[in-house]
Design a protein around this ligand. Structure first.
Ligand code: LR7
Ligand code: MN
Length: 579
């Protein structure tokens, strides 16, 4: 039976990603679905197609395609070989009942062997690649909170069974204060059979960021490998990651993240040439490398892919380098944003993030977090993101706040905590600017610093505004006059230098004020389109129905009730950069 499930929308919590997945049937090379290609330029992101060894001798042995599950214990078991498993419809109720324990098919997962075989989905040439004998060893760190028993075990077994023993120093399970009893003594007992597995238990719920830090702090391997606790590592997954770090310790390699279906637990491969990106306001996503880029760099499907950001959960990093970078900001709580933080930090401070197609790990993408957030989920995530924006985005943080996060600027409402250490760290590491990052790592990112700029033309007066000695007046439009140049910013300010348009109190008057991001009264809603249409400037703070209006003689400015066809309420900037 065909298990092709193309164009699956993978929605993982508030990240809406499209992962293009298809069946694992290797005999069908066309199974991977084409992704629409955006016409984007990537000229500055030089692809390092060097499998060169930067002064080191080339590798000496082929990747060990270790798979003790090649001949599985029970070839007829449910879900064996990563096949889709079906549940009789009579069991539907049971499936539904257990679903919320993990927000995937927990009932089915329990029936599938914890050491099942999965198809080797690597590109053909991966098995021939040469790696070194003296690769660094790694500590694999899984942190979890109330993870489902069967998937936690399957994650651990996949590492034990498919990692060359001399490279696997240990597996560290960090229990982030789980509440399920089965994850206490029964887990200790089960894991006591495996000398490489260590369990550490946090005394309080710390969240995945500090849980990872706790694991890293006790790790003995030279490399840290972080994994989510509901994964299956594929054949040959580890050596290509370690080889990359061996070649250059500032490279941070990530496996290709394949999809374990939350419904039928089948192992599905994803499209080639996918990279991790973000959109505003710091939302992670996947996007295909453009064809021209692939051609220009003569890329094959097994070449490393440079990623502006990583998904977050699955990567290897040289342990010393991780600490040189200041690890994670420990002020990040529970879940979210840490992938942005570590990505910006790596790139801006001299490292590189790559997806290594010869390394593949399946992950169960879940529709919701199956665990509780100690505080409100949304507030937790946006607070984390604001910390990242404040430390790493420089002037571009306005784009973050401007995409729906204005409210975070009010320090009375959101306390994002102390950032002194993070800012110090960035200085000490002498990291590049975010502008540098955009130009060199993610040049196809659309990041205009203002929404609109230039002259402000009034449709009724048919003249432009000018700022003269702290007063606004109308003049004949003249692009060469700096006094006529204004910006419409992501803070929704209409401003020249640090002077902002403002309503006078909540009445009809108009005033100029010193700009201040935290002041809601300085925000104007202006439908900034690229069209030639002049639009209202709505004084949101007064009311959503109050508009900036020029006097008929062009001698006054006031705030009046918005009228759809009043030309004296219609304003137009010279250039519009963003919607
Ligand atoms: O408070 C917590 N304590 C924990 O120990 C919350 C979570 N966790 C554990 C949890 O049990 C799991 O093992 O942390 C791990 C990650 O949590 P998930 O699986 O709920 O996260 P996710 O897969 O939805 O989200 C992705 O984004 C997160 C942002 O903080 C982390 O970076 C996850 O590691 C990351 N997962 C991946 O990158 C896998 C691919 C998903 C994509 C895209
Ligand atoms: Mn996960």
């Amino acid at each position: 039976p065909s298990i092709i499930e193309a164009d699956k929308n993978v929605v993982s919590n508030n990240k809406t990603e499209e992962k293009h997945v298809s069946a694992t049937t290797k005999s069908d090379p066309n199974a991977a679905k084409e992704t629409p290609k955006p016409a984007i330029k990537l000229q500055a992101a030089e692809h390092s197609k060097d499998n060169s060894t930067a002064g080191r001798k080339p590798g000496v042995h082929k990747v060990i395609s270790l798979d003790v599950t090649d001949t599985p214990r029970d070839a007829n078991a449910v879900g064996q070989f990563g096949q889709a498993a079906l549940v009789a419809s009579s069991e539907d109720a049971e499936v539904r009942k257990r679903w919320d324990e993990g927000h995937f098919n927990v009932y089915l997962s329990e029936k599938i062997p914890v050491d099942r075989a999965i198809p080797d989905t690597r590109p053909e040439m991966c098995a021939q690649n040469l790696v070194h004998d003296d690769l660094p060893s790694t500590s694999v760190i899984f942190c979890f909170v109330d993870e489902v028993w069967s998937t936690l075990l399957r994650s651990v077994h996949s590492v034990l069974n498919r990692s060359p023993p001399h490279l696997l120093k240990e597996i560290i399970l960090v229990d982030d204060f789980s509440t399920k009893d089965i994850l206490k003594e029964p887990l200790d007992k089960y894991m006591s059979k495996f000398p490489k597995v260590r369990i550490i238990r946090l005394k309080e719920r710390e969240g995945l960021i500090r849980a990872r830090l706790a694991g890293a702090a006790v790790a003995k391997g030279e490399v840290l490998t972080f994994l989510d606790s509901h994964v299956e590592c594929n054949v040959g997954w580890l050596e290509p990651l370690l080889e990359r770090i061996y070649q250059d310790r500032k490279k941070v390699p990530c496996p290709v993240i394949e999809v374990i279906s939350d419904k039928d637990m089948s192992y599905m491969l994803v499209d080639n040439f996918q990279r991790g990106i973000f959109k505003w306001p710091l939302v992670f996503g996947w996007s295909a490398l453009p064809d021209e880029y692939i051609k220009k760099h003569n890329m094959t499907i097994s070449d490393p892919i440079r990623c502006p950001v990583m998904a977050g959960g699955l990567f290897s990093i040289d342990k010393k380098y991780f600490y040189e970078l200041g690890a994670y900001d420990p002020g990040l709580d529970v879940w979210g944003g840490e992938n942005m933080e570590i990505s910006f930090k790596i790139w801006m401070c001299g490292g590189e993030i790559e997806i290594i197609p010869c390394s593949r790990v399946g992950h169960i993408f879940r529709g919701q977090n199956p665990y509780k957030f100690p505080k409100d989920r949304q507030k937790t995530v946006e607070r984390n993101l604001a910390r990242v924006a404040e430390v790493w985005l420089d002037e571009y943080k306005d784009l973050f706040y401007g995409h729906g996060y204005h409210h975070l600027l009010d320090k009375k409402v959101t306390d994002i905590g102390n950032l002194t250490e993070q800012i110090e760290l960035r200085k000490r590491l002498k990291c590049n600017s975010f502008k540098w990052y955009l130009e060199n790592v993610y040049p196809d990112m659309n990041a205009p610093l203002v929404k609109a700029e230039g002259l402000i033309f009034n449709r009724g007066v048919r003249k432009c505004l000018a700022l003269q000695k702290d007063r606004l007046l109308f003049e004949t439009c003249d692009l060469s006059k700096q006094s006529q140049h204004f910006n419409y910013t992501w803070m929704r300010h209409v401003r020249q230098q640090d002077i902002c348009f403002a309503p006078q109190g909540k009445g009809n008057g108009f005033a100029l004020q010193l700009c201040d991001n935290t002041k809601a009264e300085l925000r104007w809603f202006h439908k900034s389109s690229n069209s030639a249409l002049a639009e209202h400037l709505i004084a949101e703070y007064v009311s959503h129905h109050m508009c900036l209006e020029a006097g008929a003689q062009g001698d006054t400015l006031r705030i009046g009730p918005c009228e759809p066809s009043n030309a004296f309420q219609k304003w137009q900037f010279t250039h519009y950069h963003a919607q």
